[in-house]
Design a protein around this ligand. Structure first.
Ligand SMILES: [Zn+2]
Length: 196
């Protein structure tokens, strides 16, 4: 089975153990958490978009001239934005994963998004993929790399040189993407509602 990758924090931190509750609590306590509220900027594919709320606006968020317009009750606004971002991440990552899968001529099972602080993506032996929805907040090349990485596990369930050669066939920028995730992953976790 494949080892975890793209972890947040120190590489030897046991994020899959019960202590992840402690890490979550620490993250929740960080003052820099950026909530999805009116006046905040959401980095949509790494491009800041101002959240604008108005009673007259439709409840479903819409992008208008570089801003996110959203109506409805203010108290559920963050939930609506979160659902909208998750749906966008789901669409985009599933499309990218299926494109990579067709290039490798491999089958995929279900593709879905999750909210976890420990992983950017995963692939089961049956070919079900899951991705962290927060990739929608990163530059497009990052999600594309993670999609390629998980699809490449359909050929190699390890991180051997053979595996990395497959990733490199799919995307030319894996070193840059891995570096970006190491440098920015923790900041992504501080955006929106706490991971859970
Ligand atoms: Zn992997």
């Amino acid at each position: 089975m494949h080892r975890p990758h793209g972890r947040i924090g120190a590489p030897d931190r046991p994020v899959h153990q019960p202590s992840s509750g402690w890490i979550k609590a620490q993250l929740d306590r960080l003052p820099q958490r950026l909530r999805f509220i009116p006046g905040s900027f959401v980095p949509l594919y790494d491009v800041p978009h101002l959240i604008q709320h108005g009673d007259h606006l439709p409840r479903a968020p819409q992008i208008i001239e570089g801003a996110i317009h959203v109506g409805g009750p203010p108290d559920r606004l963050e939930d609506r934005i979160l659902r909208w971002l998750r749906a966008m991440a789901q669409d985009h990552l599933a499309t990218q994963a299926r494109q990579h899968a067709s290039r490798l001529d491999v089958e995929l099972g279900r593709v879905r998004v999750r909210d976890t602080i420990s992983r950017w993506g995963s692939c089961t032996a049956a070919g079900d993929l899951s991705f962290n929805w927060r990739l929608v907040l990163a530059p497009p090349l990052i999600g594309d790399y993670v999609a390629a990485h998980e699809v490449a596990h359909r050929l190699h369930m390890d991180h051997s040189p053979h595996f990395w050669a497959v990733v490199d066939r799919l995307v030319p920028h894996r070193h840059e993407a891995r570096l970006w995730l190491r440098q920015n992953g923790e900041a992504l976790m501080r955006m929106g509602p706490p991971p859970g």
